[in-house]
Design a protein around this ligand. Structure first.
Ligand code: SAM
Length: 464
């Protein structure tokens, strides 16, 4: 005989509603405090009490995306939007997920829906401008940034984004002047936005206003003597001695703060090509991909190289100093293992572990390369390959320079000398454009080199 479930009386229903609200508040607090395990458990508890609770669906979706389960995230937020279709924040967050999953057209549609629901949603308008820029629709993007600043003249993020847009697409000095103004205003409005201050220093230097650039970093350093960013950038402007490589705390500070917008910034503004260029160089030297190699992505960042390296790899490891970047790489997927560590020490601790070590746009944070190259040599198996990119200092001399961007440039002669001194063979250095900066192409070296010795048959040795 089929049993009918008892119907809850009114009191039980009221209690359940009250309970789920309290649990939802706890979940939101845990989520804000970055305690994702607790938040996820509590959101699910809410949904057990009230399966169609739209906020729990929405924020559980956001959380799933943070944990790299973006398909599930999209489904949850879509379900929330079926229940509350005019929820601008949910449309905006769904747009952010599409944006971060490289689906700018879908993201654009979501931001437009958010703006239909709430025309004054500044966050959605800024995001719309960004995805228009990603899609190279520069006039529309400029108009959207302009509307944002008109609607919200005190929106620090709007000034910062406009500054980045003007600097990236600068066609003449006036655009750089305007970009500097935007960065200055962004910092004035939000003194926590130190990226705006750094961008101001870099732009002033590009405008040849070098004393002002050094002044920005000196003032900043005076206020925050322990902050590694102004320390490094002052050296980059010639205001202090350059370190042999960017200090660990500088790299962490820079990239942890950059992690959320890294892919977007690189892909939209800078025509960033280091991963592609490097993998094209690999294809010329290596056998056709057969998913047979143990591969290390050294300085993996947000994992842009992973899909390009995967066809070569039976085991793909990624290492990076920035926990924020590694978190993004984890969410993107594609690696068998990811670690947060300093590259040189990490390599020194692993002998003959890899058939291939690839480093895209990472050794640009190293001035002196010897130590890292010797460590890589030791970490490769005999016959293994190293591929990396550097920014090119186009001079005959044998030297390295820390530039006002905060990255180093190396001459070809320097690279040839240190790669050979580390023991590598069969070195090939080609030139290519790696990115654009302030409207200019940045030329780079693409270096391939082999550790001599008989190639270890696949299957031998320890996997990394
Ligand atoms: C410009 S990003 C490039 C990321 C990635 N390879 C790509 O092409 O998208 C440079 C990365 O190098 C990392 N990095 C810089 N110095 C490092 C070091 N000494 N050890 C480990 N990672 C480092 C940074 O944290 C950052 O994620």
């Amino acid at each position: 005989m089929a049993m009918s479930r008892p119907r809850p009386d009114n009191l039980t229903l009221r209690r359940a509603v009250r309970d789920h609200r309290a649990v939802l508040q706890q979940a939101l607090r845990a989520h804000q405090a970055d305690d994702l395990d607790t938040a996820e458990r509590l959101y699910r508890e809410v949904l057990e009490l009230h399966a169609a609770q739209p906020d729990a669906l929405h924020y559980l979706g956001v959380l799933c995306h943070q944990r790299g389960r973006s398909d599930e995230a999209v489904e949850l937020i879509r379900t929330a939007l079926k229940i509350t279709p005019r929820h601008p924040d949910a449309h905006n967050n769904l747009g952010n997920i599409h944006k971060e999953c490289d689906r700018p057209a879908e993201a654009e549609a979501c931001y437009r829906r958010a703006l239909e629901c709430s025309a004054g949603h500044h966050n959605a308008l800024g995001n719309l401008a960004v995805v228009l820029e990603v899609q190279s629709r520069l006039d529309e993007a400029f108009e959207a940034y302009g509307s944002l600043l008109q609607q919200a003249p005190d929106d620090a993020r709007g000034h910062y984004l406009m500054g980045l847009f003007l600097r990236s697409h600068a066609q003449h000095m006036e655009h750089l002047e305007q970009a500097a103004e935007c960065f200055g205003r962004a910092f004035e409005l939000d003194p926590r936005n130190l990226r705006a201050l750094e961008a101001l220093g870099v732009t002033l230097y590009a405008l040849q206003r070098r004393d002002e650039a050094r002044g920005v970093y000196r003032d900043w350093l005076a206020r925050e003597p322990d902050n590694p960013v102004p320390r490094h950038m002052l050296a980059a402007c010639g205001g202090a001695e350059a370190p042999p490589r960017a200090a660990d705390d500088y790299v962490r500070e820079l990239f942890d703060g950059f992690a959320d917008s890294f892919d977007e910034q690189l892909l939209k503004n800078l025509d960033y090509r280091a991963p592609q260029v490097l993998v094209e160089a690999l294809a010329e030297r290596l056998d056709a991909p057969a998913a047979a190699l143990d591969v290390l992505d050294a300085g993996c960042g947000t994992g842009l190289c992973a899909p390009l390296l995967r066809p070569y790899a039976r085991h793909l490891a990624g290492v990076d100093l920035s926990g924020g970047m590694v978190e993004k790489a984890r969410a993107r997927g594609g690696y068998d293992v990811l670690e947060v560590a300093e590259l040189t020490g990490y390599l020194q601790a692993r002998r003959a572990a890899w058939h291939l070590v690839v480093s895209a746009d990472t050794l640009v944070y190293f001035g002196q390369l010897q130590e890292a190259l010797v460590a890589t040599y030791g970490a490769l198996r005999p016959g293994g390959w190293l591929g990396f990119t550097l920014e090119a200092l186009d001079e005959e001399a044998d030297r390295v320079e820390l530039t006002p961007s905060g990255r180093y440039r190396h001459t070809r002669r320097y690279v040839e000398r240190v790669v050979a001194a580390a023991g590598f063979d069969d070195v090939r250095i080609t030139t290519d454009t790696l990115r654009r900066e302030a409207g200019q192409a940045v030329a780079g070296w693409v270096v391939m080199a082999q550790r001599p010795g008989p190639v270890t048959p696949v299957g031998d040795g320890d996997a990394a």
